[in-house]
Design a protein around this ligand. Structure first.
Ligand code: 5GP
Ligand code: ZN
Length: 153
């Protein structure tokens, strides 16, 4: 890790290299906290990646302000991508962690333009909760969240 201005950089990270201008990218948007560029291997043309300028792996190690700017930038960019590509919908996707399919360990939002019947995403079968399982999980999540909020205040 090195510090470049306000940015913390990982020398091995492909997105940090794009940020440093060492790898070219088709940039579409930039502000103090955020960069957006076209994905090199799009699910549909116009597939855009929005990244924080500070290297972080995922949502949990991202400072609150860059996280807010990341989502704000995605909300700004997505309708424009739709307009330009003629797509009628989009998926906003964040693969957080290897188990979730994250390949580049620098947090990023995918904006994936979608067309009716484009078959871009697989439909996995959905599960059903057994007796009491949903309520048990609900309680655990509520309790943890309350404890976290209490610790933050
Ligand atoms: P992940 O699976 O980590 O959520 O997605 C990483 C994305 O980054 C992939 O969709 C991949 O195509 C894209 N990607 C990886 N390397 C590069 C690159 O050098 N340039 C661009 N523009 N996109 C990249
Ligand atoms: Zn990085």
């Amino acid at each position: 890790m090195t510090i470049m201005g306000d940015c913390i950089r990982d020398e091995h990270c492909v997105f940090c290299k794009i940020l440093a201008g060492e790898i070219p990218a088709a940039k579409v948007y930039e502000d103090e906290e955020t960069l957006a560029f076209l994905d090199i291997a799009p699910f549909n043309y116009g597939h855009t990646l929005v990244i924080p300028k500070r290297h972080c792996h995922g949502l949990s190690d991202m400072p609150g302000e860059s996280r807010d700017r990341l989502f704000a930038a995605a909300a700004l960019i997505a309708p424009v991508v739709l307009r330009v590509t003629g797509a009628t919908g989009f998926n906003l996707l964040l693969n957080n962690g290897q188990a979730a399919g994250q390949e580049v360990p620098h947090a990023h939002l995918h904006i994936i333009p979608r067309f009716v019947d484009d078959k871009v995403l697989l439909n996995a079968p959905q599960k059903q909760y057994g007796d009491g399982e949903m309520a048990a999980l609900q309680e655990k999540i509520q309790q943890r969240l309350a404890a976290r909020q209490a610790a933050e205040n």
